[in-house]
Design a protein around this ligand. Structure first.
Ligand SMILES: C[S@@+](CC[C@H](N)C(=O)[O-])C[C@H]1O[C@@H](n2cnc3c(N)ncnc32)[C@H](O)[C@@H]1O
Length: 349
């Protein structure tokens, strides 16, 4: 954990901002002064002249208001509210990112649209429900200071492994519903592929909306309505799988992923190259996941089959949420990649 993260943290229990860090094990990391724009101000933990920054690998954060403490383990502040449960294991606990793989960046740009690379430069950004950090990497590469939040141990540890070395990435374990983050602090909050898996997505949406500063943007990507075969097959499978042990489910997911490769991804890849067929292929039950490495497909299948909750939204519903929460310039766009989903973005008044 970098010491400058504290300015954006609050106690998830009482909301107090007076947190102090008690460092245990620390490490000095090289930083390039060019990473920092404000050279006049003293930046906590950073020695610009020496080009080093202190990283707190273990220790604790103490709340001056309610006296609660939160451990820092493996470089990550663990800030779940009391009584809050860590999220379950995720399939992506072993996923590493091939940082040269263009598909990751295309996916980020696609979900973040209409936000573009230049919108991230110099901005404070929250990745809400960061998973293994596939989007964190690109927001940081585009010049943002990124806070990556997730309630799952697997997720925050894999994001740390994949992106924790980057100067402008901070990883926090916390709950979206009671985030340990300062209200109205962020220029951009994005939340991709998360709300539809929560018990109370509207409550999580409101909590995210409060983190955006006036004039800042909230960007979402959620599932749209599912119909027909996809819905029935996935519901039937999940009836079997939500109670499986993690190892058993991982093996099962690997078999499903092999089946998808043969019967869905490969036909897609082949048909997509044929001029007329490529027009038709997006309407067939084959999937564009052919572009992902096999371990990513396994992990995605695992996560889909493990998660007990799934909501489907309409574009109107998401638009209403944003406008009712005081967001202007709301745009909801339909995105169809085999299934219907929605991208939504608004600017906080
Ligand atoms: C389907 S994954 C999406 C991950 C990432 N956004 C991506 O697109 O790769 C959903 C993520 O939301 C996280 N999550 C679920 N409920 C959460 C909560 N209440 N607070 C924080 N994170 C949560 C899960 O642990 C998981 O990493």
């Amino acid at each position: 954990m970098k010491l400058r993260l504290v300015q954006w943290l609050v106690c998830p229990e009482c909301g107090g901002g007076g947190l102090t860090v008690e460092p245990g094990r620390t490490e000095r990391r090289r930083v390039h002064p060019g990473h920092f724009t404000d050279h006049e101000r003293e930046i906590p933990g950073v020695d610009l002249a020496a080009g080093v920054e202190v990283e707190v690998l273990s220790g604790a954060l103490h709340c001056g208001a309610c006296r609660l403490s939160f451990p820092i383990r493996g470089g990550i502040p663990r800030m779940l509210p009391s009584g809050g449960r860590a999220g379950p294991p995720t399939g992506h606990r072993l996923t590493t990112i091939d940082t040269h793989e263009p598909a990751w960046e295309e996916n980020f740009r696609d979900l973040a649209a209409p936000l573009q690379e230049r919108d991230f430069l110099g901005r404070l950004v929250l990745d809400a429900g960061c998973g293994f950090g596939r989007h964190v990497l690109h927001a940081a590469r585009y010049g943002a200071e990124v806070v990556a939040l997730d309630n799952s141990v697997d997720a925050v540890e894999s994001t740390w492994r994949n992106c924790g070395q980057l100067t402008h990435v901070h990883v926090v374990q916390g709950d979206l519903l009671r985030p340990p983050l300062r209200p109205s602090a962020f220029d951009i909050v994005y939340c991709f592929g998360v709300l539809h898996h929560l018990e109370d997505p509207h409550a999580a949406f409101r909590s995210l909306g409060d983190l955006v500063r006036p004039g800042g943007r909230l960007a979402l990507w959620v599932y749209g309505p599912r119909a027909g075969l996809t819905r029935h097959v996935s519901n039937a499978l999940r009836g079997l799988t939500t109670n499986m042990e993690p190892d058993e489910l991982m093996r099962f997911s690997a078999w499903i992923a092999r089946g998808l490769r043969v019967f869905s991804h490969t036909p897609y890849r082949v048909l997509n190259r044929v001029p007329v067929a490529s027009q038709v292929v997006s309407h067939l039950p084959v999937h564009d996941h052919h572009q992902w490495p096999f371990d990513v497909v396994v992990a995605d299948v695992y996560d889909r089959l493990r998660i007990p909750v799934r909501h489907w939204f309409t574009g109107e519903e998401i638009e209403r949420w944003l406008t009712e929460s005081g967001y202007a310039d709301v745009h909801v766009t339909r995105r169809v990649r085999n299934n219907e989903t929605f991208r939504a973005i608004g600017t906080r008044r």
